[in-house]
Structures are given as C-alpha cells and as structure tokens.
Design a protein around this ligand. Structure first.
Ligand code: 7TS
Length: 409
C-alpha cells in the first residue's frame, strides 16, 4: 500500500513543496479542499490552449470539441455515481448551490405551512441555512435529528420526528466534523415509510468511497468537485428523473429555455433546464478528468487506504495527553479526525502545526450547531486523502506533542 501511495504522490506536484517555515508540506486539510493531480491540471490547460469556446452554441470545430468534452464529463460523472442517465446529472457551482437549487425549486413548489422538513444536528451550514431561509418565507416547520455524545444520529428519535407531515429528510452522508458515516439505507427506508423525499449531502462521501445513488435510493444527491481532486467552481446535483422533470427552473437565462417570446418562455429539457448561462466549461472538463483519475486508482482502494490511515491516526492521536477526539471510533468514520487539545485554542493548534508543515483546519467547519451541541466553539481537524501516509500522521502527532509543550510552559 505504501508503494502505491508513493506513486500516487508523484501525480500531485503541490505535494513536493515546502511551507513558509521551510518544512515539507503535510497536507491534512482535504475535507476543506483536495489537491489536484497533473491529469486534471492538464485537462484544463488543454481546453484553454487548444479548444476554448462556448458550448452548446456554435457549429464550428472548437465549440463542437468543447461541447463533446464538457458533455463527456457529464457522462463520466453519471457512471461514477451510477446515475441511470447523464441528464440527471446537473452541473452547479458545488454542494451549496445544489442544495439551494432543490430548496428554491422543489421546495417552493412542494412545501407549505403545516409541512415539515427534517434535517440533522450534524449538517454543514449548506444543508441548514437554505432550509431556514425557505422556512421563514413559506412557513413550514424545520426539525433536527439530535446527535448522541458519540457523534451518531440518535435514531430512537425518528419515530417521533419522521411523520406523515415530513415532506423532505435531508442528511449528510459522511460528517465533515465527527466523521460519522450515516446509515443511509436505514434513514432512506424510514423516510419512505412516511412518504418523505430524501436529499443526501455527499460532499464528504463521493470523494472517499464508491457511491451508487440508485442503490442508496436518493431522491436528490449533492457533491462538489473540488473535494475529489477536481477544480473549484463546479459540483453536481443528481435527482430522480420524475422529480427533476416536475420541478420549475432555478435561474432564468440562456441555455435553460426551449423557446422565448415576449409573452413567456418554455423550458429546455434536462439537465439544461437547471443550467442557465454559460457553464463552468474548463471546470466541468477538469471534473471529468478527476473522476477518471479516481477511477483509475479505484474507489475501494481509496476507502481502504483512508481507513488504514485513520485507524493509525486515531490510535496515535489518542496517545496525546489532553487530546479529545470528536465522534465515533475509526470503524464508523470516514477519513477525518476533529479534535480539541486541553488548554490550547484550535486556531493556535493550527498555527503551530503549520510551523511543522502540517496543514489542518481550525474553527467550526461550517457546522456551528454541532459544535454548540458539544459545548465547544471550535475544533481542529486533520482530514486525509489518497496521497497521505502514516509517516505524515507521525509528523502530525510529533507536532501536537510540541504544541502541548509550548502551551504547558
Ligand atoms: N456539505 C458538507 C458535508 C461539507 O463538508 C461541505 C464543505 C459542504 C457541504 C459545502 O461544500 P461547498 O463545496 O459547496 O463549499 N465543507 C468544508 C469543510 O469542512 N471545510 O471547508 C469546507
């Protein structure tokens, strides 16, 4: 496994650099954004150098080539997540926009006072705030599944929280703070039993494990390209076809219409109905290259590698005195560990780790309600990906010991 990782590391030029202190980069902030392999950088460079043009418009060679590459990327993404058809893959700016799209279109068309939307206490703000805004406008009720001390969803509460009033159940597949991989099958089955639709936030799952949106039976599924070795500025909303067909458009403009007169307009077919304006073309092509890259490595390998690193990190970090890990044991989590260190503010942890070349994130990770649930304002977080090694975990643990010594003085 170690040899394979060394080969993978060579695909990521940025991993060769040092940081301001002169230490080699140990990049453990993958839950915020991942690094990019040469294949992705080259695919985008190639588009700009050789066939840069707008898509879906021109009949000239460059536009046809750009359209073929952009739509080819959509096909790749569809196969990657096992969508029945690429027209169910809608390109957005990212997970945040995908969830807002569902709120603005499906939500507005289907939710009214007396209805309930159920989310959870472990959601990223992207899966909380759009529902709060819509609730304030439409007058439905927003409810939250509580999280246990161990960082699991408290499923005992579902009997009371999931009722025939629940129209939509939105939950994160893998948490960006406690790391928990939620029991999607059970959650979807419970939603189905009361006739609720399901939206799954896959921002932290699709980059790290094989995902089959049909097997999960998701009605809506959202994720971002930049966390899976692709560029920023593009992401995906997958939806069941009948739902997407019935939904009104999101934004109005070019590409999303079939016909426009001064009296009114008719909408284009899927996925274009939801893609107004010139899309992020280079980014779409880059995302396609990222999917190819991850598939060439194999998502089962990525998951197994991260499990090994996470188990190792969990054990080694547990040795550090005063260090408290948020969330469940390594078996129930994805490849990240958020933690606090007694007597040291998480921002100070991150700043001191940076001196040793270790990049981690500190803050509430856009999950303020979850931190409030644990009675802490912030945490530090190490998050792993396919190119990380156990040797890098050793650098992290060594730097954590140093941090503690600095603050013990
Ligand atoms: N949902 C989850 C579970 C996330 O982790 C994130 C980003 C998002 C939604 C939003 O994704 P975006 O691409 O639209 O911004 N999470 C993080 C994080 O944990 N640190 O930085 C970004």
């Amino acid at each position: 496994m170690q040899d394979r990782t060394e080969l993978i590391r060579q695909d990521f030029p940025i991993l060769q650099r040092t940081v301001a202190s002169g230490a080699p980069l140990v990049y453990l902030d993958n839950a915020a954004s991942s690094q990019k392999p040469v294949a992705v950088i080259q695919a985008m460079d190639d588009y700009y150098r050789r066939y840069n043009a707008n898509v879906h418009r021109g009949v000239h060679t460059l536009s046809e080539e750009a359209t073929a590459a952009f739509e080819g990327a959509r096909e790749k993404v569809a196969r990657f997540i096992h969508a029945p058809h690429s027209r169910q893959v809608i390109f957005t700016r990212g997970t945040t926009e995908s969830i807002n799209l569902v709120a603005h279109t499906w939500g507005r068309a289907n939710l009214r006072p007396g209805d309930e939307v159920l989310i959870t206490e472990m959601e990223h703000h992207a899966n909380i705030v759009p529902w709060q805004i819509l609730r304030d406008q439409l007058g439905f009720t927003l409810r939250y599944v509580p999280v246990t001390d161990q960082g699991l969803l408290d499923l005992d509460t579902l009997d009371e929280l999931l009722t025939e009033r629940t129209k939509l159940f939105c939950f994160v597949h893998a948490s960006n703070v406690v790391g928990t991989i939620n029991p999607v099958d059970e959650l979807v089955a419970r939603a189905r039993a009361v006739g609720a639709r399901v939206l799954i936030d896959g921002a932290q799952s699709v980059p790290h494990m094989a995902v089959d949106v049909q097997a999960l039976d998701a009605d809506f599924f959202a994720f971002s390209s930049h966390k899976l070795c692709g560029p920023t500025g593009i992401g995906v909303l997958y939806g069941k076809r009948d739902l997407l067909e019935a939904m009104p458009p999101f934004m109005g403009g070019g590409d999303m219409i079939r016909e426009v007169t001064m009296a009114g307009s008719k909408w284009n077919s899927l996925p274009y109905k939801f893609e107004a304006g010139t899309p992020a073309i280079a980014e779409g092509i880059g995302l396609g290259a990222a999917v190819d890259y991850l598939q060439s490595v194999g998502m089962d390998w990525v998951r197994a590698h991260e499990q090994e690193i996470t188990r190792y990190a969990y054990d080694r970090m547990s040795e550090v005195e005063g260090l408290r890990i948020l969330g469940p044991g390594p078996e129930q989590r994805g490849g990240l560990i958020a933690f606090t260190l007694e007597g040291v503010h998480p921002h100070d942890i991150a700043a001191l780790l940076d001196r040793s070349g270790v990049a981690v994130r500190a803050g509430h990770h856009c999950a303020a309600p979850l931190h409030a649930r644990y009675g802490i304002p912030a945490s530090a977080r190490a998050s792993f990906y396919l190119y990380n090694t156990t040797a890098e975990v050793d650098v992290l643990v060594e730097a954590l010991h140093k941090t503690q010594e600095v603050f013990a003085l």
